[in-house]
Design a binder for this molecule. Structure first.
Ligand code: NAD
Length: 487
């Protein structure tokens, strides 16, 4: 069983011990049971991983043409598909997440490798007709060694979001997963090597963020940093990248609104709004954690939402029927609960949930009603299964509340008036807006934030470009000699 394993770091095409010999005991947050042991990287290991990534670029990986990179990415997609059972179980145990959700995320992971395998065909420079006797063309070159940092909420899927475009572009990668959830990324790196990615193209170094992570992003051998995590850590990573002027993309937090108008089709809006917050137990950057409801509908909507949320199947992550598993840790559960208590103190009414479970890291679906947007529970990212219900009077006020946040990741509009959907889509300050549909993070569609939700895009063709440099080459075709100073 993979779950009984001891995991090393993955550097230069093989599993290896940490120089310090440090290990972390991983637990299953849903039960508190031991899962596995994983080596934790320190500075010497990061040095080794960055050196391996550089040699790969200077060696066989740097000479691998796009068409061969495409073949390798398809092979990796096949390998993930073939190993999906093991990967899904490992991820569900390690994160405490419902296995039904993990299966969807795995499916997207496979699609991501396939999308960027095809996207290698789009890597091309251009030639501009600049006139005279000048010829210009541009070359697209991989940025170099990419440091990629991912959080614990979607360890496997976010690793695919990061690895696929970087490898398609021809970069080599040093990926740092969260120390609590390293196992699926380590398995991905093993599979990448098995299908033929050259040693050093993919390295995985789990470790603590403020030490190992900060050392990695500051490393002089790293050319580009792609970070997914909290806005606070993202700010620190940006500071670390500022002196050496590293290329940087940031996917950060959110407090995304669901706008429900009285003319909405509630048969769609209610189950979708429930899904929008409780998927992954609310531990999603784009969780629709603020539900803004038009005043005449408010009481009816809150009651129907709470009734539906109360029917969610919360429990053992490995049970196929489970819809919501546990949170990532009991420490995180306590943080979530502290927010709910703060909401109570601020005057919100707990309509559903609001008390931690008595086993594992479980927290029930929780609904806070009577929330005003200025309250802490409406402004701060709770990152748990807690929704805030906020009434609004008209479209103008809905827009004002939707934009009254430091974040700008996603928004959803539910309305029977299509013009209103498009009008709001143009005015909401967020990287994405969904109209009358729940889904947002889809392969091929750019995903990312406005404001403090970050910059750069994942999942789209833009992402590929963020791993490429553009080099302009200019040539004179003139027969005349040059004498710029007229000497
Ligand atoms: P976090 O910022 O604490 O940690 C995220 C990752 O960054 C971890 O691997 C951590 O070890 C590392 N890290 C932390 N400090 C670092 C530093 N100084 N230098 C380098 N690395 C560092 O975030 P978290 O609480 O683990 O994850 C949840 C956050 O991630 C939420 O805010 C969520 O919204 C965000 N998130 C965003 C997206 C997106 O696409 N926008 C997706 C998923 C999660």
């Amino acid at each position: 069983m993979a779950t009984e394993r001891e995991y090393g770091l993955f550097i230069d095409g093989e599993s290896t011990e940490a120089a310090s010999g440090e290990f972390r005991d991983l637990v299953e947050p849903a039960s508190g049971d031991a899962l596995a042991r994983a080596a934790m990287a320190g500075e010497a290991d990061v040095d080794r991983a960055v050196a391996a990534a550089r040699s790969a670029l200077d060696g066989p990986w740097g000479k691998t043409p796009p068409i061969e990179r495409s073949r390798l990415l398809h092979a990796l997609a096949d390998a993930v598909q073939a190993n999906r059972k093991e990967l899904a179980e490992l991820e569900a145990r390690n994160v405490g997440k419902a296995i039904a959700s993990v299966k969807l995320e795995l499916h997207q992971g496979v699609e991501n490798f396939r999308f960027y395998a095809s996207a290698t065909a789009s890597i091309a420079g251009r030639s501009n007709p600049i006139g005279g006797s000048l010829l210009h063309y541009s070359l697209k070159e991989p940025v170099g060694v990419a440091a990629q940092i991912v959080p614990w909420n979607y360890p496997l899927m976010l690793a695919t979001w990061k690895l696929a475009p970087a490898l398609a572009a021809g970069c080599s990668v040093v990926l740092k997963p969260d120390p609590a959830t390293p196992v699926s990324a380590l398995r991905l790196a093993e599979l990448a090597t098995e299908v033929g990615f050259p040693a050093g193209a993919v390295n995985v170094v789990p470790g603590e963020g403020p030490t190992t992570g900060a050392y990695l992003v500051s490393h002089p051998g790293v050319d580009k940093v792609a970070f997914t995590g909290s806005t606070e850590s993202g700010g620190e990573v940006m500071r670390l990248c500022s002196r050496p002027i590293k290329r940087l993309t940031l996917e950060l937090g959110g407090k995304s609104p669901n706008l429900v108008f009285a003319d909405a089709n509630l048969a769609d809006a209610i189950p979708s709004a429930v899904w929008g917050i409780y998927y992954s137990a609310g531990q999603s950057c784009e969780a629709r954690s603020r539900v803004l409801v038009e005043a005449p509908l408010y009481d009816e909507f809150v009651a129907a939402f709470a009734e539906a949320a109360g029917r969610l199947k919360v429990g053992d992550p490995l049970e196929p029927e489970t819809q919501m598993g546990s949170l990532i840790s009991t420490a995180h559960r306590d943080k979530v609960h502290a927010f709910v208590e703060q909401g109570r103190d601020e005057g919100a009414e707990v309509v559903l949930g609001g008390e931690p479970g008595d086993r594992g890291a479980f927290y029930p679906p929780t609904v806070l009603a009577g929330v005003e947007n200025r309250m802490v529970v409406a402004q701060e990212e709770i990152f748990g299964p807690v929704v805030t219900m906020i009434p609004f009077e008209d479209e103008r006020e809905a827009l004002r509340i939707a934009n009254d946040t430091k974040y700008g990741l996603y928004a959803t509009v539910w309305s029977g008036d299509p013009a209103r959907g498009h009008r709001l889509a143009a005015r909401i300050k967020a990287g994405g807006v969904a109209i009358n549909m729940p889904y947002t993070a889809l392969t091929g569609i750019p995903f990312g934030g406005y404001k403090q939700s970050g910059f750069g895009r994942e999942l789209g063709l833009e992402t590929l470009d963020s791993y490429l440099e553009t080099k302009s080459v200019v040539v004179s075709t003139s027969a005349k000699p040059f004498n710029p100073f007229g000497l």
